[in-house]
Write a protein that binds this ligand. Sequence first.
Ligand code: GDG
Length: 477
Amino acid sequence: MSSKPDPKTIIVSNRLPVKVVRNEEGLDFQPTEGGLATGLGSIYKSGNNVWIGWPGATLESKAEEKTTLEILTSQSMYPVFLTDEDLELYYEGFSNETLWPNFHYFNQYSIFNEDTWESYKQVNQKFADAILSQANKNDTIWVHDYQLLLVPALLRQKKPDLKIGFFLHIPFPSYESFRILPFRREILLGMLGADFLGFHTYDDTRHFLSSVNRLAGIGNNHGIINYNNRQIMADSLPMGIDYDKYHSTASLPETLQKEVEYRTAIGSPKVMLSIDRLDYSKGIPQRVKAFEKFLEQYPEYQQKVSLVMIVVPSRYQVGKYKELKEEIDLLVGRINGCFGRLSWTPVHYFFRSYPLHSLSAFYRIAHVGFVSPLRDGMNLVAKEFIASKLEKKGVLILSEMAGASKELSEAILVNPNNQKQMVEAIKEALEMEEEEQIARLSVMQETLKRYNIYHWVDLFMNRLDHVKNQQLAQKTK
Ligand code: GDG
């Protein structure tokens, strides 16, 4: 008698939650504990579940690939090996120079190129093949993000009954932006291979449904799409954070030690904080310019407040990112040169990343969290800042253009393009009474505690199950 294997869940993302690093002794495997890795950790590590993705480095020989495969499979991961050319064309090219700018409304930065599109299709096929090599009929597949938009349909073609979920971590743009893409229809049909499609916000879902309707001629009924005799659902599902982790890290001895160290070194009575990857969507120059204007307009705040700005290196091979770095360097130099004193640095700027307890110490010393992206799918930094405020004191300035603003309405909400409003928001934040700070933060903490990352994962899986059950019910009618 043949026994059927237990159904498993396969998580798929461009990057695995581990990074291969080459050192003198050979290959080293370091965990990359992002929000997604934490939230999905309990899933992929249990039973025979697996996480499929690129291990973060190109490998130089078959022997290196073999070692990587062995080590990763023993940790419930399965690698997709990419070549330097794949990375240049599929990742830096189509993903980050075509889709990323288009989805963030930076169409002037979008490059349309047949070669990068071909590579995107090929690499999506590579991912689909890797998944198919691991997937059985009753398995659940959860595909993540804009690098893998074609994967759901590639899987569906080969295994029509698979249960496939897809989550987009960045905004889905309005039809007017999306329709600019030359390969727009193929992309939509790729996504429609999924049974359930999740987005951070209601607007992202609405934009997706509108494009499906107008570009593929497929309508919907309150997010339910009927396509190829299959019921598909699209819905908004804002991603949460591991609230308890950020809350408890904020009281660790090493965090508190760093906090004292940073507070003393910065010296300024008040601290504003921003943390982002180097990215033009994050509105970093606009934020620095608003701070400059603030110091000019309200000189009484000079020597009283500093902006601590952490910019984490990212996608440095992509031309626009290099230009952005140069722009930020110049701006920070200008402000510090113009306003700085021996005893006071207006902008403390760090182009590097930090371990979690240092990040937590920065969240702790900040009176104001200054999160002002021009466009952001969600923005987890805003949520982590709130979760780290054990005494409930602190003010969040948050861009309306971040998905997080839909949940965190007690923040001071700003349009990052409106400099005057940003300047006034800084003043309001610095002058807010403690009682009001506590009232606002308490509400936001309650929201984030309840709608945490584990809740998000459960909700996603429940929705996916629900759609699949509806499909079965429809079939048996
Ligand atoms: C994409 C979407 C969406 C940052 N610096 C350090 C560090 N970080 C961590 C933060 C946070 C994460 O990186 C950044 O997350 P964001 O949400 O702010 O932004 P993206 O990287 O652009 O993420 C975004 C997200 O996907 C999830 O769906 O919210 O809109 O663009 O967790 O804490 N972590 C450490 N050291 C650092 O220096 N350890």
